[in-house]
Design a protein around this ligand. Structure first.
Ligand SMILES: Cc1cc2nc3c(=O)[nH]c(=O)nc-3n(C[C@H](O)[C@H](O)[C@H](O)COP(=O)(O)O)c2cc1C
Length: 457
């Protein structure tokens, strides 16, 4: 028995077998091409992690609707799969990642809600209720406190010398482009909710056609679905607010809509925050209830995260294993696999798995810092692991500036498209490629293909 064997125990989610217990958490690194199309850099960046042995890669949040209310994150140029135009490149991305040996899920989002912005020509953000978020500087993440954020956003002037957070926030709000508090959102209508529900289902169908092994509904981090779940942001008195079931309704309808479009055998998971722990927010017991209800509604897995823009140091934990105690609460009584985020140290990963705190671990920034983490652990090359210091400077620090993600520990990050080893891939025989595609849309491999002779295959 090797010390790290638990990490290399395969796991089955839905009907997909994953070769080990390490998932790469979804991360938007601002690599998407203009107009939300997948780029060569995205292909190479994900390929590097697949080549590095990561069992499951979860693609960053991808737009699940063309409706203007879902487009208030366009400042950060997220990728989209909201219509057929995005399919060709997305399909190529999936084929590319698969050829490096990883399973590949995609995170699909109905929008940022009040954490979006009307900047870059988008409409006024929508939310369950017209309440803006506020940033709590005391929940700052490493290296990016309020002052640094202001500086990072280009502010060169003096910053008041005060410890009064409200005064600081009021000041910061006057600085263009900082968004220390969100814009006041408009209450989303029931008709708009229904459009998003339908569109998410259509996107799920496209995700399946592209060849993704599953999809993850984006409901954490204070974005639109999270806002519905939390009574802090949801003050509605229609069927989408008030009771727990009403707050859960939007997410439930999206799960059903996706299921309707992809059928019973396809992997649908949900990512939620384990807590939002700001006044009137929720804690892990409530998140457990949400996870259980997702399971009852036929979700295949739960991927945890934590926090929101209001509690950034849960969203991007400053400490190793910060979410594990909350994962343990949520795992209790849950039958479907649970993925716990932000465990970077191999010994800690083993402990989480062996103590049954979660079934898999996801790594975000650690996978940025070292795409070869899994291979290095498997080969006993622990001293070669490039350890993420949770400094946030190259990844989220550049992201908030609208720059492409890098890493101060690893100069290759952001340059993968220029590295042959990540762009070169085995060319599958035509037969495999065509048959795979047919299988994805539910046709029997071997179906005669008009105009293709057996010799062509
Ligand atoms: C640059 C960056 C972009 C991110 N984008 C997403 C995203 O698109 N969807 C999501 O659910 N989480 C996103 N996250 C959060 C990560 O998935 C992960 O939960 C977080 O980084 C904590 O894990 P870590 O400590 O291993 O980095 C992002 C994080 C970073 C650093």
């Amino acid at each position: 028995m090797g010390k790290y064997d638990a990490i290399f125990e395969p796991i089955t989610i839905g009907n997909v077998e994953i070769k080990n217990r390490i998932a790469m958490a979804p991360m938007n690194m601002n690599y998407t091409d203009p107009n939300h199309y997948v780029s060569r850099q995205q292909m190479a960046y994900y390929a590097a992690r697949a080549k590095g042995g990561t069992g499951l890669i979860i693609m960053e949040a991808v737009g699940g609707s063309d409706h203007p209310t879902a487009d208030t994150y366009r400042k950060y140029n997220n990728a989209s799969l909201a219509n057929e135009l995005y399919v060709p490149l997305m399909g190529d991305l999936v084929e590319h990642v698969h050829s490096f040996g990883a399973k590949f899920f995609v995170q699909v989002s109905p929008g940022a809600g009040r954490q979006g912005t009307s900047e870059a020509g988008a409409v006024q953000p929508v939310a369950p209720s017209p309440i803006p978020y506020r940033t709590y500087p005391e929940h700052a993440i490493n290296s990016l406190d309020l002052f640094q954020l202001l500086r990072a956003c280009g502010y060169q002037g003096a910053i008041p010398e005060t410890d009064d957070m409200d005064e600081l926030i009021a000041f910061a709000n006057q600085v263009p482009g900082t968004h220390m508090n969100g814009e006041t959102p408009r209450e989303i209508t029931v008709d708009e909710i229904q459009i998003l529900v339908r569109d998410m289902g259509r996107t799920a169908k496209l995700a399946k056609r592209c060849g993704f092994d599953g999809l993850e509904i984006h409901a954490p981090h204070g974005y639109l679905l999270h806002q519905f779940l939390s009574s802090r942001s949801n003050r509605r008195n229609d069927e989408y607010g008030g009771s727990f079931e009403n707050r859960f309704r939007f997410l439930k309808e999206i799960i059903h809509s996706c299921r309707k479009y992809v059928g019973p055998d396809y992997n649908i998971g949900v990512r939620i925050s384990a807590s939002d722990e700001v006044p009137e927010g929720f804690g892990p017991e409530y998140a457990r209830k949400v996870a259980r209800r997702c399971e009852e509604e036929d979700a295949n897995f739960i991927h945890l995260s934590d926090g929101s823009y209001e509690k950034m140091n849960d969203f991007l934990p400053n400490h190793e294993g910060q979410v594990v105690p909350k994962a343990a609460v949520i795992k209790d009584g849950l039958a479907i696999p649970l993925i716990c985020p932000s465990v970077h140290d191999p010994d800690n990963v083993v402990e989480v798995l062996e103590k049954g705190r979660a079934d898999m671990v996801s790594q975000g920034r650690q996978q940025i810092a070292d795409p070869e983490w899994v291979n290095k652990v498997r080969e006993g090359r622990l001293d070669e692991i490039i350890r993420c210091t949770r400094c946030n400077q190259g990844c989220i620090g550049r992201f908030v500036l609208g720059l492409r993600g890098r890493c101060i520990k690893n100069p290759t990050v952001g340059q993968e498209e220029f590295m042959d080893e990540y762009m070169r891939r085995p060319i599958l025989p035509l037969k495999n490629r065509v048959w795979q595609t047919l299988a994805q849309i539910g046709k029997e491999p071997g179906t005669p293909i008009p105009g293709v002779t057996p010799e062509d295959l």
